[in-house]
Design a protein around this ligand. Structure first.
Ligand code: PBG
Length: 323
């Protein structure tokens, strides 16, 4: 049976039919909103590279959390900007730092909202790398694990539901799981940024989080954009070490990877629609080159269609109106 009997257009004839047969949908509960909580400011500060995104105070974070609940978002992920940085990123596990403070305040105000924290030291080190440096200036994998475990514990103590390591050190999921369980935080989940590429699309974020490396780049620990088999290896290792959920990052340039990870693993899977992807849409929309609501809806759908259960996205609040 084929044309003229078969006519796929029959099911595209009306909006009702199209809705009925749509294979993939997006809902507000699929979105995780990233927030940049700063200790160094007293009022909201716009981020030049990311129109509509701000560095915010702890009080602002609580307001955002209430809005997230009202909109039905899936949750928040918090990034911290400390007052002072040092070579070892010790502010990453300061119990009075911006992230634990915001987590506690949010959990107090809206306990039902899922709160995730980004676990990494690049926002807390004076050199901007995601780990502790050796005398030769290389990132020391094993020495960094201890700091990451401390940071994750600090977030868990404040009440985080999920800790999300984004550093790409080997063995960090296992180290964090062990530290959490050792202190009785057996219920704190780990969302691993399992497959994170060394990407140009993080550029705008580095202004937002003030964490651009002062020398070199992150290619010695983040993945090479040409590699797909290696992504499966990274995901497998994190599953073996006890990750509860996996993530692929960035999103749009790596839809094939998202699909492959989805096919091979049963864990809940996230995609990070990163700062550079957001900035491109915003710039094109501001220049009148693209219909922003339609473009955002389509790209969020593409991440879900490729296999993401949930999406970390700066479009989250707007997208609720547009999907
Ligand atoms: C590292 C981290 C980065 C992002 C999330 N966590 C930056 C990096 O690896 O350089 C990027 C997120 C984005 O670009 O939106 N803590």
């Amino acid at each position: 049976m084929s044309f003229p009997t078969e006519r796929p257009r029959r099911l595209r004839r009306t909006p009702g039919l199209r809705t009925l047969v749509r294979e993939t949908t997006v809902a507000p509960s699929d979105f995780i909103l990233p927030l940049f909580v700063s200790e160094a400011i007293t009022e909201k500060r716009p981020i030049g590279t990311m129109p509509g995104v701000f560095q915010i105070t702890v009080a602002d974070a609580v307001a955002e959390a209430r809005e997230a609940v009202a909109l039905g978002l899936g949750g928040l992920i918090l990034f911290g900007l400390p007052k002072a940085k040092d070579a070892r990123g010790t502010a990453a596990y300061d119990p009075n730092g911006p992230v634990p403070k915001a987590v506690a305040a949010i959990k107090d105000a809206v306990p039902e909202l899922v709160v995730m924290t980004d676990v990494c030291v690049d926002e807390y080190t004076d050199h901007g790398h995601c780990g502790i440096l050796t005398a030769e200036g290389e990132v020391d994998n094993d020495a960094t694990l201890e700091v990451l475990a401390q940071a994750a514990l600090c977030h868990a103590r404040a009440g985080a539901d999920v800790v999300a390591p984004s550093d790409m050190m080997d063995g960090r999921v296992g180290a964090i799981r062990k530290a959490l369980d050792g202190e009785g935080f057996t219920g704190t989940a780990i969302l691993s940024y399992a497959v994170k590429y060394a990407s140009a699309f993080y550029g705008p974020f580095r202004e937002a989080a003030e964490c651009a490396p002062k020398f070199g780049d992150r290619a010695g620990y983040q993945m090479d954009p040409g590699n797909a088999r290696e992504a499966m290896r990274e995901a497998r290792l994190d599953v073996e070490e006890g990750a509860d959920m996996l993530m692929v990052k960035p999103g749009l340039p790596y839809l094939d990877i998202l699909h492959r990870v989805r096919e091979a693993f049963d864990l809940p899977l996230g995609a990070y629609n990163v700062s550079g992807e957001y900035a491109m849409i915003k710039a094109a929309a501001a220049a009148g080159m693209i219909d922003e609501p339609r473009a955002v809806r389509e790209l969020l759908l593409s991440l879900r269609r490729a296999g993401a259960d949930f999406i970390l996205t700066y479009h989250a609040k707007d997208a609720v109106k547009w999907i």
